[in-house]
Write a protein that binds this ligand. Structure first.
Ligand SMILES: Nc1ncnc2c1ncn2[C@@H]1O[C@H](COP(=O)(O)OP(=O)(O)OP(=O)(O)O)[C@@H](O)[C@H]1O
Length: 310
């Protein structure tokens, strides 16, 4: 999949502004950004739900035109999967398969296997009407998988899933990618995407403010705030003050009234340096970690910078 200079407006609202995106077979690419950043609009273009105003989009080597059809080899959903509430999961998938045409019976798609894979085998014959959002998301994924897509497009697939459900769905998605499917999915949260995606694009107000491997984003973090709990907070404060490039920011916000915790701000190297000094001084380290995880911090820095500019 390749997008170049893709723009899309709704009236005065610029939903996508000159977006470039590349996606290869077997890659999982995450789109992350605040509400209204343009994630669903971009995913909708990939699913043929709307057409770009400007720019070029090609999927599996074929240019995407202006007629609104799902491009060959693509499956997925935007917002929420479209399902028939009065039917069961098995009936929903059978109905979708027959709407899409293709072989029936033995040669047709393996509905039971798809339901099994997403963890819905036990409720395959219950009506979808009573399903939670998480269950509907799983069924949406099963329905997309039925076509054996080469590009899978998922809008916030983690929405409504409990932690176990999220792990399950992530495993399914990772398995599809390992088998060669390209996957593009969206989320509001960087930490959601970090474990699943090889690459991420951060969108804010329709613009891509970062695109690349997850590790590259983590490396761009710069200085972070760390919580440090030691056996001697007074010595720790003294040593931190002496450590090059390390600062002691206002302490109140993150300490939650804990007098043994010190907040320090700096690069990973500066914190390493402090750890060596603490150990040298015989001070025990009981807890050390970033207040905000590095990827989340990079995400916040990039999206807030952009909001401040606009
Ligand atoms: N059909 C539409 N008509 C009018 N405006 C729209 C339409 N679809 C999207 N927009 C606007 O385009 C912008 C981008 O919306 P989009 O839904 O793509 O963002 P998003 O990143 O998916 O947001 P969220 O995280 O809230 O789902 C928003 O300002 C939204 O209000």
């Amino acid at each position: 999949m390749r997008a170049r200079g893709v723009s899309k407006s709704f009236g005065d609202v610029v939903a996508l502004d000159q977006v470039d995106l590349d996606l290869e077979a077997g890659q999982v690419h995450g789109l992350v950004g605040p509400n209204g950043a343009g994630k669903s609009t971009l995913l909708g273009l990939l699913l043929g739900l709307s057409a770009a105003d400007r720019g070029t989009l090609s999927i599996l080597g074929a240019p995407v035109g202006r007629n609104l059809v799902v491009p060959a080899g693509v499956a997925g959903f935007v917002d929420e999967p479209g399902l028939y509430p009065s039917l069961t999961p098995r009936q929903n998938l059978a109905a979708l398969a027959s709407l899409r045409g293709g072989p029936r019976g033995e040669a047709g798609p393996d509905i039971d296997a798809a339901l099994e894979q997403v963890g819905l085998a036990d409720v395959a014959d219950d009506r979808v009407r009573g399903f939670s959002l998480g269950m509907r998301q799983r069924l949406g994924l099963a329905s997309a998988m039925l076509t054996g897509p080469q590009l899978l497009v998922l809008d916030e697939p983690a929405n409504g899933l409990d932690p176990a459900g999220r792990r399950h769905v992530n495993r399914v998605i990772a398995g599809l990618a390992a088998a060669g499917t390209a996957v593009v999915l969206s989320s509001h949260r960087m930490d959601d995407l970090a474990e699943l995606c090889s690459d991420v694009s951060i969108l804010t107000a329709g613009r891509v403010v970062f695109s690349g491997p997850v590790e590259k984003l983590a490396a761009e973090t710069g200085d972070l705030d760390y919580r440090l709990r030691t056996t001697d907070v007074a010595v720790a404060r003294e040593l931190a003050a002496q450590t090059r490039s390390l600062r002691l920011p206002a302490q109140e916000d993150h300490l939650r009234g804990d007098p043994d915790v010190l907040l320090v701000r700096g690069s990973v190297e500066a914190v390493d340096d402090l750890v060596v000094r603490l150990v040298g001084a015989g001070v025990g380290i009981r807890e050390l970690g970033p207040v905000v995880p590095p990827l989340e911090a990079a995400f916040l820095a990039l999206t807030q910078d952009q909001e401040a500019l606009s």
